[in-house]
Design a protein around this ligand. Structure first.
Ligand code: ATP
Ligand code: MG
Length: 566
């Protein structure tokens, strides 16, 4: 299978095959408007794969000035929670989409779904079966062998109605009885071999409480919910292709007035992550990450917390497009989407991740000058800001070497460098402690070079960033990186995906220094630390007076090189 690489990204695109179908249906008059839906099961937080489906379903509604429903597929009472419902609503809105008045729950249809089931029984198209799970499996057959008919298959309508009613009243134990559609035990499609449509579950439901002890199955519920809501195009991922005959069978058999068209598309597969909710939940409950919104998680809430923008995620979904064939998208494509979004608009600032003191020996002790920094050199309309400059500064420890190679265009004894928006300085000496660790470097500055250029025209190659020691703000920084070290952590069923967790996916810097203009930067805002990456205050850990930055993304894709070098 081919993996889409960042270089494959193109801007303009023809309509994808689903939008083409929609356009044709509107042009032919088959539909006068579209109604799509996004149907999450509230059993986890939404992830970047869901974003693909959201951007498709809600995108179509925006493009056609029509509606998209948000419908919770909450038919399994044991795994669902209200916390998930709230997080999903928040995530869809944050992505920039709006369901208006069209918020629905499959559980709102329980009564209707029950009536439809009674109707199926009356039509002779459903029966109560008492095979246990093991027998059911045996009777079902395999891909190469036809199934066998259940001994309960030919019960009378009256008996089925009575038993189903009693299932509903709670007279039977879990697992003892199910309602099955009566279709075809010899069908080559296993989904059509008398699938279970109702089961007994003596569990309270997050919305209906203890009203029900029988719950409808997904396949049965989904098509009928679509039909009840007059959905025109029911878009789902490819694994439901084999379920489409059942989708159509239920609606045809019941002769529902609305019969939506189910269309399948390839799900998003992204390298260096896992996408299954079950695995994401495992990372959370076993505390490999700090919750569903851990900034390393590819959940919408994790991406938001990390500092991704809604536009970057929508652009990513646009870039990868909608197709019919399974494929992989390289994580670099997502990272490029956030770089592309932030590059033109994120203000440039200076932050020092690993501070080393720089003392300008010939600069007056009690003087502070205000230097002018451009907020975005390519975008002058973003204005300027004042940067205090005085005798003691901090620079990046990695910008100084005692014995640098010739090509190192930064500081070393005797070398001259430009301090961004400041002066040219030349290193004259350095201090060390008993262990030999460098504690400070000493420079002299050339007062003729304010702003960074020398009147005599001498060339100084290197420019480094700095902050003023007096006014810099102390902060904490989380350097996030990919959560896994391999492209396909869950490729092999027999290998635990957790063994591929990246031990360096979160590096905490306790004592970084940033320029004073960032004092009141709020979560949800992003800046570029010049030369270092894009950063955003953490919405949970950061507070006024206690800044905590997350690295959203590095300036360049450092993984592309690693991959190439093997
Ligand atoms: P589960 O494993 O719990 O079934 P799910 O990922 O299918 O998880 P749902 O809540 O059922 O989760 O998904 C809601 C919608 O999002 C579905 O229509 C589903 O097809 C779509 N979706 C889920 N994962 C992806 C993905 N990776 N790419 C595109 N669409 C997805
Ligand atoms: Mg699902």
């Amino acid at each position: 299978m081919k993996t889409m690489e960042p270089k494959d990204v193109k801007e303009e695109k023809p309509l994808d095959f689903i939008r083409q179908i929609v356009a044709e249906d509107l042009a032919s008059g088959k539909h006068s408007t579209t109604i799509t839906r996004f149907p999450p099961e509230p059993n986890g937080f939404l992830h970047i794969g869901h974003a693909k489906s959201i951007c498709l379903n809600f995108g179509i509604s925006v493009e056609n000035d029509s509606t998209c429903h948000l419908r919770f597929d909450d038919t399994n009472p044991s795994k669902e929670e209200t916390e998930y419902v709230e997080s999903i609503k928040k995530d869809v809105q944050w992505l920039g989409f709006n369901w208006g008045d069209h918020l629905y729950f499959a559980s709102d249809y329980f009564e209707k779904l029950y009536d439809f089931a009674v109707q199926l029984i009356k039509l002779g198209k459903a029966y109560v079966c008492e095979l246990n799970a093991e027998e059911m499996r045996q009777y079902r057959g395999t891909l190469t062998e036809p199934g066998k008919e259940s001994p309960y298959r030919n019960r009378s309508v009256e008996e089925n109605l009575d038993l189903f009613e009693r299932m509903k009243r709670g007279e039977f134990e879990e697992g003892s009885h199910v309602l099955r559609a009566k279709i075809d035990m010899e069908s080559p499609n296993l989904n059509m071999r008398d699938p279970v449509i109702y089961r007994i579950l003596k569990t309270d439901h997050h919305r209906t409480g203890d009203t029900w002890c029988i719950y409808p199955m997904y396949d049965y519920t989904h098509c009928l919910s679509d039909s009840i809501e007059n959905i025109t195009h029911s878009l789902c991922t490819l694994e439901f292709e084999d379920h489409r005959p059942l989708y159509d069978w239920v609606l045809e058999t019941l002769q529902t007035p609305c019969h939506p068209r189910q269309i399948e598309f390839a799900r998003l597969n992204l390298t260096y992550t896992v996408m299954s909710k079950r695995k994401l939940l495992q990372l959370v409950t076993e505390k490999y990450v700090d919750g569903w919104d851990d900034p390393r998680m590819l959940t919408i809430s994790g991406l938001r917390r990390r500092g991704y923008t809604p536009a970057s995620i929508r652009n990513f979904c646009h870039t990868i497009g909608i197709g019919k064939r399974e494929s992989w998208i390289d994580m670099g494509v997502l990272e490029n989407a956030i770089r592309d979004d932030l590059n033109p608009k994120a203000p440039r600032v200076m932050g020092v991740l690993d501070p080393l003191k720089l003392v300008i020996d010939n600069y007056p002790e009690d003087k502070t000058e205000m230097m002018t920094g451009q907020n975005h050199p390519q975008n002058p309309e973003m204005g300027t800001r004042e940067l205090p400059f005085s005798r003691e500064l901090y620079i990046e420890r990695s910008d100084f070497m005692i014995d640098p190679p010739r090509k190192f265009h930064r500081l070393g004894p005797g070398r001259e460098v430009r301090l961004r928006y400041g002066y040219l300085v030349t290193c004259v000496s350095y201090d060390t402690d008993e262990s030999g660790e460098i504690t400070a470097i000493h420079c002299t500055y050339d007062p003729e070079t304010r702003g960074g250029s020398a009147p005599d025209g001498r060339k100084v190659k290197g420019t480094i960033h700095w902050v003023d020691a007096n006014s810099a703000i102390d902060c904490k920084i989380h350097l996030y990186d990919r959560l896994f070290t391999v492209e396909h952590p869950d490729a092999d069923k027999d290998t635990d995906f957790k063994q591929f967790l990246n031990p360096e996916s979160k590096v905490v810097i306790e004592h970084a220094k940033v320029e004073p203009s960032l004092k009141d930067l709020e979560p949800g805002r992003q800046v570029q630390f010049e030369r270092t990456g894009y950063f955003s205050p953490d919405p949970v850990d950061s507070s006024p007076g206690n800044l905590v930055f997350n690295r959203v993304v590095t300036l360049r894709d450092s993984w592309a090189k690693k991959q190439k070098n093997g």
